[in-house]
Design a protein around this ligand. Structure first.
Ligand SMILES: Cc1cc2nc3c(=O)[nH]c(=O)nc-3n(C[C@H](O)[C@H](O)[C@H](O)COP(=O)(O)OP(=O)(O)OC[C@H]3O[C@@H](n4cnc5c(N)ncnc54)[C@H](O)[C@@H]3O)c2cc1C
Length: 430
């Protein structure tokens, strides 16, 4: 069978990896580089080349598919686990939140901290989140953790992460997301020596070795959804077309809706309703190490970013000795003023705010990059239902149809494997 896969991110590459060899597979990626959100680039720094991911990327203990893929790509010996420290940025200061002493020092009454600890510990033991289906995150958190914990922590954390007030967001989604992350702090975070680009390149090499093709810098611009599917793409300003039996879309619903000529009305309606958050992520290479924290969530309402990551506190091989790499990320909607600003303007806004929290930050930057990710994460409002994987001859895979799982490399690769299995199942039944 001739199979086209739109998108060379982890979902598309994993699907192609599973299908190549058995079918004639072509991956279409609009960017020059593969990897999408999990893409990387090389920085020349102090006479050496460093592979840096476009955004922070850690591996959590429960990310089974990521761990399995790392193993199957022969990268197992490079996967390391490390206990990392977290903190909160509150009133322009970093408050550690990893040890009992640190937690006791956080400016909040003891009774609230005990309630917060119970809430997190109870959540880490919870297996079935479906009982919270239809409940909103605000009601659930206030009931379980109390009003003050909601006001100081969760109200802002939810706005930072989901960009919606907590009353609009599904409690089961917040539960799986925060609890998975909080429970990982109790254990260890995974990092891949040499960088996560090796997963992307490993998959790409596997696809090619199995006879699959990968076209980068090649944008799919339209699809005629007939029995023989006509896919039109653009490369170097030239438009060309190819015919396929099967097309797999791993791109955001808004993108595929603009490409395909016809879809069943109910599916189109469902896809059209799915909203995405965008993300701006600045990476800065710094002359020195500023903190031993890895992850710093922002509780201050006036900050232009949602979270700060000290990449080198986890990835020990990501900078020259004594130097460090920081990620600064904001989740936002595309109609917000920050999204429209130039890279230089965004960098200046971030650096001014960071300099108050980490004095001297602005004088220690050796290089920086800004990445704008248009479709970073689907927003799961209460009552969200995943759209189908297969309809009318087209397959849909990607991080918008994984609710209530969290969006990460693992869920993207699971989607890639699931769509490949669905194609095989349908082939058998024909
Ligand atoms: C800020 C941030 C931090 C993250 N941190 C972590 C983390 O710590 N740990 C973790 O496990 N995961 C993390 N993730 C999530 C992880 O990166 C994603 O879940 C995963 O990479 C999604 O892969 P995907 O293939 O579904 O989507 P994408 O990576 O978006 O891939 C889709 C691809 O389709 C391409 N495309 C779009 N339109 C077209 C077209 N018309 N023609 C051809 N190609 C097209 C795009 O260029 C893109 O490459 C993070 C993501 C972000 C944004």
């Amino acid at each position: 069978m001739r199979i086209a896969i739109i998108g060379g991110g982890l979902t598309g590459l994993t699907a192609a990896y599973a299908l190549a060899g058995k079918h004639s597979v072509v991956v279409f990626e609009k960017d020059k580089d593969l990897g999408g959100m999990a893409g990387s680039y090389i920085v020349d720094w102090d006479g050496k080349k460093w592979s840096i991911s476009k955004t922070y990327h850690h591996i959590l203990n429960g990310d089974e598919t990521t761990k399995n893929m790392i193993k199957s790509l022969g990268l197992d010996s490079k996967l390391h686990w490390k206990k990392v420290k977290q903190g909160f940025i509150y009133n322009d200061k970093i408050y550690g939140f990893s040890t009992l002493t640190e937690i006791l020092k956080f400016p909040l009454p003891l009774a609230d901290k005990i309630r917060l600890a119970k809430f997190v510990l109870f959540g880490t033991k919870k297996k079935d989140w479906s009982v919270l289906e239809g409940v909103n995150a605000k009601d659930w958190i206030i009931k379980e953790a109390g009003q003050r914990n909601f006001d100081v922590f969760f109200d802002q954390l939810i706005r930072n992460k989901f960009h919606e007030p907590a009353e609009n967001i599904s409690a089961s989604w917040v539960g799986t997301r925060f609890v998975k992350e909080s429970s990982s702090f109790l254990k260890s975070f995974g990092w891949l020596e040499g960088g996560i680009s090796q997963i992307v390149y490993g998959l790409a090499e596997g696809i090619k070795n199995r006879g699959g093709k990968i076209f980068t810098d090649t944008k799919v611009i339209s699809i005629k959804n007939e029995k023989q599917k006509k896919l039109i793409y653009e490369k170097n300003g030239l438009k060309k077309q190819l015919i396929f039996d099967v097309i797999v879309s791993t791109v955001a619903p808004e993108v595929i809706l603009n490409l395909v000529d016809k879809l069943p009305e109910d599916v189109e309606r469902q896809l059209r309703k799915i909203r995405y958050l965008s993300c701006i992520c600045m990476t800065a290479g710094l002359k020195k190490e500023f903190t031993d924290r890895y992850w710093m969530n922002v509780l201050d309402k006036d900050k232009p970013f949602s979270a700060v990551f000290n990449h080198t506190a986890l990835y020990e091989d990501a900078a020259p000795a004594g130097k460090s790499v920081f990620f600064v990320a904001t989740y936002l909607m595309r109609d917000e003023p920050l999204w429209k600003k130039s890279d230089e303007e965004i960098k200046n806004i971030y650096v001014e705010a960071l300099n108050k929290i980490l004095p001297g930050f602005k004088y220690n930057i050796e290089w920086w990059r800004i990445f704008k990710i248009e479709y970073a994460e689907a927003i799961y409002r209460t009552g969200f239902i995943n759209p189908p994987m297969f309809t009318d001859g087209l397959y849909f895979a990607g991080i918008y149809r994984i609710y209530p799982k969290i969006r990460n490399m693992s869920s993207a690769m699971e989607e890639g494997l699931a769509v490949a299995a669905k194609i095989e199942e349908n082939v058998k039944n024909v």
